[in-house]
Design a protein around this ligand. Sequence first.
Ligand code: SF4
Ligand code: SF4
Length: 177
Amino acid sequence: MAQIDEDDIILVQRGPSPTVAGGFYRSFVETARGLKTTLFKVFGETQTIQYPEEKTPVYPRFRGRHKLHTFEDTGLEKCVGCSLCAAACPADCIRVVAAENDPNNRVSAGERYAAVYEINMSRCIFCGYCEVACPFDAITMGHDYELSDLNRSDLIFTKEMLLAEPIERTPLRTEDE
Ligand code: SF4
Ligand code: SF4
């Protein structure tokens, strides 16, 4: 009579191979995920956006139009005209002319302020180096991307333009959208 060892008993007790069952399960899950992605692309991402009435939302980290900031409590400009942003700009499109603050009529919180602050948007590559270089968070990049114009000189954004709130805000999309 043939001998039955311990390994044979374990094989009989396990039934169908767990490797085969696991493979079927993984295939089913991957197929379901692929179908979900395809349906999302067809019915979700490729829908028509009625631009310009409806704007394409951007991700929160999108780098668009710049914004110069003031302090909320005092209203003083955060920019002190140090030109670090201009030095960091690889496109050489920022022009800063600093001036001394008048103690009786302060413009910024520092000793100096930016008498002139301009960004030539036709040269900007939206790299974000300027906002990283600024030690006072005086300049940040917003989400607005509608910057085209018919005249190149209109693409030189002045300090007043950069301090002003954008007329219309670009909608944001969530990270999982
Ligand atoms: S985003 Fe880059 S290219 Fe544009 S102004 Fe800032 S540093 Fe210059
Ligand atoms: S925006 Fe910032 S880095 Fe640029 S001049 Fe003003 S304070 Fe300096």
